[in-house]
Design a protein around this ligand. Sequence first.
Ligand code: SF4
Ligand code: SF4
Length: 453
Amino acid sequence: MTNENGSTDRETAQDDERGEIATDGAGSATDSEFDPVEVFPETEEMDLRPGADDCYKCSTCDTACPVAEVDDEFPGPKFQGPEQWRLKRQDDHDIDESVMKCSNCMRCDGACPSSVPLSQMHNTARGEYVEENMSKLSREYLRNRMLANYRRLAPLAATFPRTSNFVMGLAPVRWLGEKVLGVTSEREFPDFATETFREWWRKRGGAKVESDEKRIAYFHGCYANYNTPEVAKALVRVYEQFGYEVMVPEQRCSGTPMFANGMLADARRAAETNVSELAAAIEDGADVVASCSSCSMSIRQEYPELFDLEGVEDVAANTWDAVEYLQVHEDLLGELEGTSVEAFDDFAYHAPCHARNQGLAGQTLEVLAPIDGVEVEDVGDSCSGISGTYGWKEENYETSMKIGAEMFEHMESAEAESGLTECPTCSMQMGHGTGYEITHTLEVLEAALVGDR
Ligand code: SF4
Ligand code: SF4
């Protein structure tokens, strides 16, 4: 209620209380006399109100959203974030189902001039929508749960990799996957490696370099372990070349596909293991490095935003992208000067959205420039469109390909017939849209710095 001075009763009561404190005794407040004013009621739920109130509705985030650009029905990040948050403060508002159309590319985070925590709002809203509004028996829920928990299915497929690759490549199996589960049949499933990275690591006998001063804990994630161990091996060899002791701690999925599918309880369980294992490695003197941009993004940003786990801030602060870490801690450019590679030709390079979000958009171009025999051409700042599990869903496939169209076009007009990126699913999309072989930056660094395997 507003009083005759134009203040609300609550404001007047607070002013009176502050006045009492200020003029009490000697005329100044003391710690023992301070009685904090509870402006907002206590809540167990995450409070993103300050972020929502920072939004001044400029719509810059909407113009940066690749989904909104090609899908007129998607209301965009401003609605998914601050507007929905304001509505949600009214008790009877349900989260709008359109939040499931957000691909979690996180481009809107970097676009907002007011630092509104958009992706945090989207992740929280998506989690609430799945928990409260999505039937746990629906095809969508079961499909999303399966896609989000790739880490649980991969060990089974990796036990019989050749059989798995053969069966999953059969057209009738892909057709069934679409009809029964809603996983698009347009894409080919990625092959499982005949030997996982962790199997290779065990057979190898672990680290070849020991060092108390230079030590890293490698978060390889699921894809480099089960599908592209050559990327993980390249990281090990490059870091050992620089004299690092490489640790490979126990780990679970980074949680990226779980966030994108609103499976926050699954993501939290994975984060509990990862934070505890990585915190122990940091205690042992290691810094954490990841070869996948989405894994480093998840540990650095999403974990501390969403989970109040012991050590989570420390783990986030000590986690790096693998190439970024060498750029900062070593004379990487100096070491690469005068090197050359024969194993690779020129590349069309796509910087993943999650690398951009970490300020790493130009890193690969800079790092590979001194190497002879390889020209790297940037294909621009468009999104690849696949965004992890998003482009694997039948209903998103077309949107995903529309988003990727600009990247495909730029790749095909570049003076290269191979692609380069640091994100596993961007890599799938690049290969799918152009037919090119796709390489990881670490493999090129390995070829230049270490030579043949
Ligand atoms: S995370 Fe990406 S898809 Fe989702 S609202 Fe933001 S920009 Fe759009
Ligand atoms: S860019 Fe930021 S301030 Fe502008 S509408 Fe989006 S959330 Fe609001």
